[in-house]
Design a protein around this ligand. Structure first.
Ligand code: BES
Ligand code: MN
Ligand code: MN
Length: 489
């Protein structure tokens, strides 16, 4: 006898089963199917509540980079903690020298896979404030989107998993898998204390597969699974010259101008065809395979639409690579900000006392973050003009990651997304970084399923960040199905 299982292309053969363990497993799957339906219905019934709860979380300005917001950041952690407890999880806060980590678990499915769900409750600074149509921490719904800092990155996306777990526990009273939540408050500043937490609590954090919703769909109506991320190193350089700003007529030409000197260094980072000029920068870069390039060439990509989405006039980058290749598989070196001298209204003739630049390099598989930052430091040190002092600060770094495409977990995630979004996901890589993915692999030996519900055009890290309320509900649905599919894998 063959019983088709909803949403699966294959089926379960009851008649051929000899082993009692297997038949028990099958019974459980059939039971879980009914439970899944009930959980999905619960989500629909309480959709309004899911928006209210997200709105409350979005009201909290948990800006991890700014210590003036430390109390708010803690409040966001406590909000998440309480929601996990309300869902029926055993949950607690773990203190770190930085922001607290929320940990919660439900382990009532012995024998089933254990899933680690990671997300972050911290957000980027909302600046520039004057460009927000409504204030960043007063969530507002317009055109089917909720607007607020953190709407998509990552409060909204992360919250879909809290809702789905709540739905299962409120209806069936159980989940088809074991879950362990790790929701941190330092992702936007490099996750510097998370690694220590995972090392210290390695046994408690053991799992079979990690799930993270902190990336994007490939485009509107085109869900994706992200199988690779770039890594990053972040640093800051400051050149200091005279004790204070000086008259540029009296002293100009006789001492090194820190702003001129910094501009020269920054200009030398790239050649005209877009290649980074730091020695040995490309030494360990793994080239894209012909197959991967061919697959990416099959993805729908409309350059006009891409440019319109970000309001840019044209593309530019390393010669010899397509836009997707440049974004997903080539390393970069970018200035994130520069500051020096007088930038107010009208002219002012000075030699600035100092000049600084914030720099990040995006890394690709097999580049080593420590090696890259050391090369960058050497590159800058060799170019410091006489009389100037260099201060070189390292902020954080993490390697690029690529995960296994052939795992049964990957197949389960595909089925869950297809059910939640009504469309099969495409496989993509992304240019952004999520430090924990490499740490999970290194410390716990597990791959991460990067299941993004947002859009790259949702203005993350920009003014007017938003999250589509439809994508929010689809994400909740896909997540609800995911626990079922991971158990059925
Ligand atoms: N959620 C983003 C990463 C992301 C967004 C990846 C969209 C792919 C698509 C994450 O919060 C982020 O912004 N990460 C930082 C890295 C961190 C070390 C500061 C980044 O990529 O700049
Ligand atoms: Mn994020
Ligand atoms: Mn972010």
């Amino acid at each position: 006898m063959v019983i088709p299982v909803a949403g699966r292309s294959d089926s379960v053969r009851i008649g051929n089963l000899h082993c009692r363990g297997e038949s028990l497993l099958t019974e459980r799957m059939l039971m879980d199917q009914t439970s899944l339906k009930n959980a999905l219905q619960w989500n629909e019934r309480y959709a309004a509540q899911s928006v209210e709860q997200l709105t409350e979380l979005l009201r909290i300005p948990s800006v991890s980079a700014q210590s003036s917001h430390n109390a708010d950041t803690r409040r966001a952690a406590e909000y998440v903690l309480n929601q996990l407890k309300a869902a029926g999880l055993k949950a607690e806060l773990f203190e770190t020298p930085g922001h607290p980590i929320v940990y919660g678990e439900w382990l009532g499915a012995p024998g089933a896979p254990t899933v680690m769900i990671y997300g972050h409750y911290d957000v980027q600074p909302p600046d520039p404030l004057d460009q927000w149509e409504t204030p960043p921490f007063e969530p507002t719904v317009r055109n089917g989107h909720i607007f607020a800092r953190g709407a998509t990155d990552d409060k909204g996306q992360m919250y879909t998993h809290i809702r789905s777990v709540t739905a299962w526990l409120k209806t069936a009273g159980q989940l088809p898998v074991n879950v362990k939540f790790v929701i941190e408050g330092e992702e936007e500043v490099g996750s510097n204390h998370l690694e220590i937490f995972l090392r210290d609590h390695r046994d408690r954090c053991r799992n079979d597969i990690a799930v993270v919703s902190d990336t994007s769909q490939y485009g509107p109506g085109l869900p994706a699974i992200t199988y690779g991320l770039r890594g990053i190193v972040a640093c800051e350089i400051k050149l200091t010259g005279p004790r204070q700003d000086l008259h540029s007529g009296i002293f100009g030409g006789s001492i090194a101008n820190p702003a001129n000197a910094l501009a020269r260094i920054v200009a030398e980072l790239h050649c005209e065809s877009g290649r980074v000029q730091i020695p040995s920068f490309y030494d360990d870069v793994k080239d894209l395979t012909t197959e991967e390039r061919a697959e990416w060439a099959q993805l729908p990509f409309n350059q006009q639409q891409f440019l319109a989405g970000i309001g840019a006039g044209d593309v530019w980058g390393e010669a010899g690579y397509t836009t997707l290749e440049r974004r997903w598989a080539r390393p970069t070196c970018d200035i994130n900000g520069m500051l020096s001298g007088y930038t107010g209204e009208g002219p002012k003739t000075i030699i600035p006392s100092w000049a600084m630049a914030k720099i990040t390099c995006r890394l690709v598989p097999s580049q080593d973050a420590n090696k890259i930052v050391a090369s960058l430091r050497t590159f800058v040190e060799a170019r410091v003009r006489p009389g100037l002092q260099l201060e070189f600060k390292e902020y954080h770094g993490c390697p690029a990651t690529v995960c296994d495409l052939g795992s049964p977990y990957m197949a389960a995630a595909k089925r869950a997304i297809e059910k939640g979004f009504g469309k099969a996901p495409v496989l993509i890589r992304e240019g952004g970084s999520i430090p924990v993915v490499g740490t999970f692999k290194e410390i716990l030996g597990v791959d991460t399923l990067l299941l993004g519900w947002g859009q790259n055009t949702d203005n993350l890290h920009s003014p007017n960040e938003r999250f589509s309320l439809e994508d929010y509900q689809r994400g909740i649905r896909a997540s609800t199905c995911l626990w079922y599919e991971l158990a059925a894998k």
